[in-house]
Design a protein around this ligand. Structure first.
Ligand code: AMP
Length: 122
């Protein structure tokens, strides 16, 4: 799938639409999800044009990949999420219901997040 530069996260990166920013550096932007599914629900997105985890992992430079994951760690640290713990998730493609086609990590925290996958699915 080719990258659509008009996807909503690309528009957030360009400052065309607002976000509730939590962290930013040269590699990544983190902001609060507009429809949170946990008391803390952040999205971390790389600054380059990558559709998915698959795309990012294959195409991004080693510097961009390292910078992105270090930024995600800084988000967790700056929001004090280590004490209670947190979950990172990256939906990739149709079966995972990826809605926004700009690679992003979800960070969930702030309560007991339960089991990872509903038991009925396994
Ligand atoms: P995914 O299904 O992994 O692609 O998740 C996309 C996420 O983006 C969802 O959790 C949405 O609630 C979130 N989202 C969509 N538009 C916005 C927005 N303008 N600001 C913040 N979060 C958004």
């Amino acid at each position: 799938m080719s990258y659509d530069s008009n996807n909503i996260f690309a528009r957030i990166l360009r400052g065309e639409i607002p976000c509730n920013k939590a962290y930013e550096d040269q590699y990544a932007l983190a902001f609060h999800d507009i429809a949170p599914q946990a008391p803390v629900h952040l999205l971390v997105i790389p600054k380059g044009e990558y559709v998915s985890f698959d795309d990012f992992s294959r195409l991004a430079s080693a510097e961009a990949i390292a910078g992105f994951y270090r930024a995600a760690q800084k988000v967790a640290e700056q929001l004090g999420l280590q004490a209670g713990g947190y979950r990172i998730l990256a939906n990739t493609g149709a079966d995972a219901h990826q809605e926004v086609m700009h690679y992003h990590l979800h960070i969930f925290a702030g309560c007991d997040l339960g089991s990872m996958i509903k038991k009925s699915l396994v």
